[in-house]
Design a protein around this ligand. Structure first.
Ligand code: DX5
Ligand code: ZN
Length: 215
């Protein structure tokens, strides 16, 4: 069964409390929280303060996706704000192993995200140390973009490697996930679906989440 992680980036922030309530009542597994710094990606979203507010509305796990440079400066702050998992970008971390250790020592699950142009093979020597790989299926920075089809090949390659090594690493797909392509993504070997636009712009968001859960 797919782990469904709606991304609040596509939510209506004027009605944030109701959006969170909807997710609470839905079959969504995690809240996916996209943090952007305007430096690693060409957009700015929100930070720990907003996450702290959202934390008051739910007990579901917080999957915090840091699209920021120097994430080590903020890991502790996100933990305090309520993060359960923190994912950092390999492209933003010259000392990635240290970032992973820091996240784990704070008692959180550690994820590594890679951009569409970054080969999955780069994860070879870090795979045994992490809990989640976020394979970006769009270029990070914005919601509502189109899924890059080559991601399916990357999922297959990575899943094979994980199974070969008998590791408990989950593959998360982030960007452009729809009701139309979700099945092929799961069939390729993914475990977690991040969904922004598909959920929040739907007339029946809970129904969409239920559909995705069936996969
Ligand atoms: C993109 C973010 C994604 C994004 C997903 O930089 O990491 O989580 O919000 O949104 P959709 O599902 O609209 O592509
Ligand atoms: Zn994300």
């Amino acid at each position: 069964m797919a782990i469904v992680a709606p991304s609040l980036l596509a939510a209506n922030f004027l009605r944030l409390e109701e959006e969170c309530k909807m997710l609470n009542e839905s079959e969504a597994d995690w809240f996916h929280l996209d943090v952007m710094d305007g430096r690693f990606v060409p957009n700015i979203s929100y930070g720990p303060m907003i996450i702290e507010f959202i934390r008051k509305t739910t007990r579901k796990p917080f999957d915090v996706h840091l699209m920021i440079l120097e994430p080590e400066k903020f890991a502790e702050e996100f933990k305090k704000a309520g993060a359960d998992h923190v994912t950092v970008h390999i492209e933003a971390c010259p000392n990635l192993h240290r970032n992973i250790q820091q996240i784990k020592s704070l008692g959180m699950l550690a994820g590594v995200a890679i951009n569409p142009h970054t080969p999955v093979q780069i994860l070879q020597d870090i795979l045994q140390d992490i809990d989640v790989v976020n394979l970006m299926s769009v270029n990070p920075g914005f919601g509502g973009q189109k899924f890059i089809p080559y991601t399916l090949t990357k999922i297959k390659t990575l899943r094979q490697r994980i199974d070969q090594l008998n590791l408990n690493v989950k593959i998360e797909i982030d960007g452009g996930v729809t009701l139309q392509n979700a099945k092929s993504i799961m069939d390729a070997g993914a475990h977690i679906l991040v969904v922004g636009t598909t959920v929040f712009k739907a007339s029946d968001p809970k129904g969409v989440i239920a559909e995705l859960k069936k996969l």
